[in-house]
Design a binder for this molecule. Structure first.
Ligand code: SF4
Ligand code: SF4
Length: 447
């Protein structure tokens, strides 16, 4: 493959079928369902998957997380980071070959469309080599039109998670959301029509730092030099089970590399070359020369999936999952905050009581359809009188209510008295710690 600054050597990967291609197709289908169908599913009226950034709320399969749940976001980020470490150390670039959106979209949409409109690898290559003609022009135009529709559709699908699927698809989302869809669609269109494998080879940072995460025992795709060499196009090599120089593993490669040259950073571990060589060697009655393996294995050394670094990563992952599980089980599905009402420190009423007015804000984070009733009580203030409305909130509803507390004014009443406001529901209670203010003189108004 030529460098980024050199002339582009266009890659025309040949279609392939086989065991790993089938596994990948099912994986791609699952990922598409997750991206395109999950946002349409509702659980108790709430989306199964939505990241509502303006409301700082995440809906995740029946759970509702708000800005007060940042600990879960942190745990999720750590889980993603250590999963990447663990899976790269054990399985190499499995993400690139099976789950990266670039691979998933190219394999699921772009290559089939290209095959349908422009024909197979050789037809495409020959037509492109001849230069511009009417036949080539209309096919390219048709292909790019479909690519643009696919890019737009996928961008809408991705944005549905953030903007709300019904709002976005019925034209009710805001200009920011549609502008972002246009930007992402533009990015994917350029990637589909031109950038493609260059993204993996030159832009994606993962390819660069995977060499730090992987070691000699990491799963990679390898060519069996011992059995394959010397390669030779002929009957004797076919009988011996050596490489017959058919180049099938090369022409199917979407990265335009030759796996027989050894480990290369461009390899996204898509396993197309395994299926290619398997199809060739099956016919000759020999095992494939290209297979999953490792550097250690190819040097005759033992491969340990559980080695110190993978055990450390796994232990951290288990720790993160257990912490998340415990926090989730103990989580109270509502949040409450209390703040002093603006402009009033305290007031002394005509009946001699000192009054403090607060604003109590409650958000119901329960996914249940049934409204939740909240009781408010105060502790730590002698003879306190609590004046507030009863609160009943539906799922994701937020309400701010005045909370008035009156305490008989007496010589014992401090200027500042810490006390507790307890907001209780069936699922648990939240205890808040504001302070009660009072003045030294009866009949005054605080400022
Ligand atoms: S060398 Fe094989 S596994 Fe690597 S990118 Fe090419 S086809 Fe995929
Ligand atoms: S597909 Fe197998 S036999 Fe054919 S060139 Fe590649 S390694 Fe050799």
């Amino acid at each position: 493959m030529l460098g980024f600054s050199q002339t582009r050597e266009w890659v025309y990967p040949q279609s392939i079928s086989g065991r790993f291609t089938t596994i990948r197709r099912w994986t791609f289908l699952g990922l598409h369902l997750l991206l395109l169908i999950t946002p349409w599913i509702t659980i108790n009226g709430n989306p199964a998957l939505r990241v509502d950034l303006p409301a700082r709320t995440v809906f995740l399969f029946g759970y509702i997380f708000t800005s007060s749940d940042t600990i879960f976001l942190l745990l999720l980020l750590w889980f993603a980071v250590f999963s990447l470490f663990f899976f790269t150390a054990v399985f190499g670039r499995i993400w690139c070959g099976y789950a990266c959106p670039q691979t998933v979209f190219l394999e699921s949409w772009i290559r089939p469309v290209e095959l349908w409109i422009e024909g197979d690898r050789l037809t495409r290559k020959r037509r492109d080599a001849k230069g511009w003609s009417f036949d080539r022009a209309w096919r390219k135009l048709a292909k790019w039109t479909v690519f643009f529709a696919v890019a737009l559709f996928l961008s809408m699908g991705g944005m549905s998670i953030f903007a709300g699927v019904r709002e976005l698809w019925t034209g009710q989302a805001g200009p920011v959301e549609y502008s972002l869809v246009a930007i992402f669609a533009g990015f994917w269109f350029i990637d589909f029509t031109w950038f493609r494998e260059q993204f993996c080879s030159y832009v994606c940072p993962y390819a660069r730092f995977q060499s730090v995460l992987a070691d000699e025992e990491t799963l990679i795709i390898t060519y069996n030099i011992e059995r394959g060499e010397p390669r030779e196009a002929g009957k004797q090599a076919a009988r011996d089970g050596r490489c017959i120089e058919c180049s099938k593993c090369v022409v199917v490669c979407p990265q335009g590399i030759d796996i027989r040259d050894g480990f290369q950073l461009e390899c996204i571990q898509c396993a197309r070359c395994i299926d290619a060589c398997t199809s060739v060697m099956d016919k000759l009655g020999h095992p494939t020369l290209v297979a999953y393996g490792s550097i250690a294995e190819s040097e005759g050394r033992e491969v340990r999936r559980w080695r110190p670094r993978t055990m450390v990563y796994a232990a951290i992952l288990v720790g993160i999952m257990m912490s998340g599980g415990v926090l989730l089980a103990r989580r109270i599905p509502f949040e409450a905050t209390v703040n002093r009402a603006p402009g009033s420190l305290y007031t002394v009423d005509a009946d001699g009581y000192t009054r403090n007015t607060f604003l109590l804000k409650i958000t119901n984070k329960s996914p249940d359809i049934e409204p939740v009733e909240y009781e408010i009580s105060v502790a730590g203030l002698d003879d306190a009188e609590v004046l507030t409305d009863a609160v009943e909130l539906g799922s994701t509803e937020t309400r701010t209510i005045p909370l008035i507390i009156r305490v008989p004014t007496s010589a014992e009443l401090e200027r500042t008295t810490p006390f507790e406001v307890k907001v209780s529901a069936e699922s648990g209670a939240v205890v808040l710690s504001p302070t009660f203010k009072s003045g030294a003189e009866i009949g005054g108004t605080g400022s």
